[in-house]
Design a protein around this ligand. Sequence first.
Ligand code: XMP
Length: 319
Amino acid sequence: DWTMRAFREEEIAKIRAQVGKGKVICGLSGGVDSAVAAVLIHEAIGDQLTCVFVDHGLLRLDEAKTVVDLFRHHYNIPLVHVDASKQFLGELEGVTDPETKRKTIGRLFIEVFEQEAKKIGGADFLAQGTLYPDVIESVSFTGGPSVTIKSHHNVGGLPERMNMKLVEPLRELFKDEVRKLGRELGLPEIFVGRHPFPGPGLAIRCPGDITRDKLDILRKADAVYIDQIRKHGLYDEIWQAFAVLLPVKTVGVMGDGRTYDYVVGLRAVTSTDGMTADFYQFDMKFLGETATRIINEVKGVNRVVYDVTSKPPGTIEWE
Ligand code: XMP
């Protein structure tokens, strides 16, 4: 792709000009954006870059392994893998407000990045995979309309007192362009084609308070759902899909017994940039089969519902 080849060269020049001889820390989230940003910056400045993957305990099943494998084995880019799940889950205990969750997570991310920066003798820059839609939907720090829909942690959710300056080479791109750039940079298709995953992770897919037990249930249900989508060949048709664990228990019946377990909500949308979205029209047979699998395979769930809300008026995530 000609435009992406040109963009790549231009951005590499810009990154070199901005960073000079400085050191950069790049936070990887497991999503496409931060991975593309990291590979691009690595191309620009090589070992002035340190990538940090923070396991905040809010990742999907096997996510840490997938990311670590990609960076250490495929790219040979040094990667620091920090297990900060105790700290994150500890501070999130009892937090139910969605914006407080995001801000808490944003603050902790910076604390971890600053800790890691210290270990390498200080860093001057923090790199993030912020995209154009993130910039316009989190307008609170950047001026513009006074309504913040959500403070994306990689834009508005950052504390103001941060010591490092930001490097955000994808700030002008939309998701489909980031994917093109990822291909241009040689990222494996399985990674480039992954659905978006928000920095705050499963915290915003677990409305109400977050516990390890709930996260385990959610992780398993989500894995079954995505497996179903892949098996039916629908993954690439859908822009984003995930499970949500509702903070509600309902009554069910299994064998001769009564159950009283959680409800799982399923979300799937089509979109081009995440700013607007339509709910995906699965056929009922797919949904029925998926519900049966989740209930049979995931202990703690006895009911499954499908979200038929588009954006607007809904957002894609539930928080
Ligand atoms: P919403 O829920 O705002 O989501 O319709 C639009 C897209 O943005 C992702 N998202 C986030 N990504 N930090 C991120 O890095 C966040 O705080 C955040 N909130 C939402 C969401 O997954 C969807 O792809």
